[in-house]
Design a binder for this molecule. Sequence first.
Ligand SMILES: [Fe+2]
Length: 243
Amino acid sequence: MNLDSSIFNQVMGNVYTAKSNGLNSRILPQTKPDSLFSKTNPLETKPPTQALFLTQTLDVKSVANSMIKIIDAKDSYTGKHSKSVQKYAGIFTKMLGFSDEESEFISVGSAFHDIGKISVPESILNSNSPLTNEEFEKIKQHPEVGCKILEGMPAFSEVASKIVRSHHESWDGSGYPDNLSGENIPTGARIVAIVDSYHAMTSNRPYRKGMPTDEAIRRLGNGAGTQWDPELVKEFIKISPMI
Ligand SMILES: [Fe+2]
């Protein structure tokens, strides 16, 4: 399915407006409401359409949800996956005692983590057979592509560089795209890497059945210290029954 251009244009319009006006802020008409009406002219009983539009609130969450719709329009599995990863990350960061601000940052990063997959052909994303090396190399570009999509927007540039770009790095330095290792991988990316893998392992795909949760937990334990942050895996295993 092609990316729906009307959804894309609508969202990019939202993003542009949000960017221009500052996210998380209520956007009010430039003119005081009283002056929009003429008390002497009975025909002017409604404010201009633009004034109604400008009273709407745009915030990071609504833009994040719109971004998920873009991903969903391209590939419904990735859209649902992004939502689930966002939900799991929210539970995990809460249990870790992160502040609301930190949790929100990681939540937005979770929603966006795979946005770069809009550059990957559907034939690869929905392939029923094992990927060729060439196809896998194409998929491996999605963290960098996602980072490039978001980094031009000041509200999302940090999420882009600290989560989206680094969510496929590995604790032992064997990940991509930058071969970061250990604590050089931003914390948000280390968290998303765990919840992303857990959801991917337990999900049904056209080419395989999702594995049982206890098997996914066992694999996370085996990969602690090589693929994933060992301390965070330990914490995730403790809270996994709540997910
Ligand atoms: Fe990814």
